[in-house]
Ligand binder design. Structure first.
Ligand code: FES
Length: 319
């Protein structure tokens, strides 16, 4: 998982309606110089004029060093970021970005199944390009409410032809998850992004079939209020600096560390981006992030300190 990425201003050089409620933004350097290279699964922070910062997956071509592309679904009941993108940004305008960073990296394999739900297609799109260029065997299963709501269908079909299965629920019904499990049993690595219900169902089935290491998911939303309520107090031991920090029930590890004068890098502060990933040396983390795989959770050797907590009275971190 890579972190970092400088802040820079970019210009909006393209805006397209990709599906009902989905617009894409093309971003270029003001002087049209090359932008940082990235790999499939990467995202950027978009700093909106209001000051809101949101993470969006890069969905353009990894070989195009002059342009970045993101796509944004309008979420009327969201926290305001998508409304500002849809209603407030204009072609030619300058915006600030940070990154790219990658918390959903595609690892080399001979065979892949990509499962995308709705706007979850955005990190998957560059993955299928990468798989295609690596001559890997791959299938994309792309579900959505209706064809009109699903972005990038012509582009996906152009890249993948018969490897692409478009599954609008009103035409074909829901994605057949047993079929995905069968393919994973045959050796495919599965990468999925989409609504929580889809990712929860996949996670459950893969765990039941002892296939957790074959499943790689990226979630959009933060930990649910229910998990936040289950907080208890505990103590963080700092292995390198030798101190100890008490974490009260109503504050995060990150906040407690900062209040004690320790510097902790962060971006989303919602367990989505991976920037605050910290090595765990002793103790059992209570993972509340949205990006570690089930296998990584069970290993318990890293945690996202912005949201995750401890199941043991003390936890020792590599800080
Ligand atoms: Fe993004 Fe912690 S700051 S996962």
């Amino acid at each position: 998982m890579s972190a970092g990425g400088a802040e820079r201003d970019v210009q909006i050089t393209g805006m397209r309606l990709e599906a009902a409620g989905v617009i894409s933004l093309e971003l270029q350097a003001p002087d049209r110089s090359a932008l940082p290279r990235w790999h499939a699964g990467a995202h950027i922070d978009l700093v909106l004029p209001s000051g809101l910062t949101r993470q969006y997956s890069l969905c353009g071509d990894i070989d195009d060093t002059l342009r970045l592309r993101i796509a944004v679904l309008l979420e009327s009941n969201g926290r305001g970021g998508s409304r500002e993108v849809h209603g407030g940004l204009r072609l030619g305008q300058s915006v600030t970005i940070r990154g790219p960073r990658n918390a959903f990296e595609l690892q080399p394999a001979d065979s892949f199944v990509f499962v995308a739900g709705g706007i979850g297609i955005t990190p998957i799109l560059p993955m299928i390009r990468t798989a295609q260029r690596a001559n890997a065997t791959w299938t994309l299963i792309y579900g959505g409410r209706s064809r009109a709501s699903m972005a990038f269908i012509p582009e996906l079909e152009r890249i993948g032809g018969d490897n692409v299965r478009i599954m609008p629920a009103d035409e074909t019904g829901l994605i057949d998850l047993d079929d995905v499990v069968t393919r994973a049993k045959a050796g495919a690595q599965v990468y999925s992004c989409g609504p929580a219900a889809l990712l929860d169902a996949l996670t459950e089935r893969f765990a039941a079939n002892d296939l957790t290491d074959s499943l790689h998911i990226e979630r959009f939303s933060a930990a649910s209020p229910k998990t936040a309520q289950q907080a208890g107090a505990f103590r963080v031991m700092l292995a390198r600096s030798g101190g100890a920090v008490d974490v009260a029930a109503d504050v995060s590890v990150m906040t407690a560390l900062r209040e004690a004068g320790h510097c902790v890098p962060s971006s989303c502060e919602q367990g989505i981006c991976g920037m605050c990933e910290t090595r765990v040396i002793d103790g059992v983390p209570d993972h509340r992030d949205m990006l570690l795989t089930e296998g990584e959770r069970q290993r318990g050797d890293v945690m996202m300190v912005c949201v995750s907590r401890a199941l043991t009275p003390t936890i020792t971190l590599d800080l």
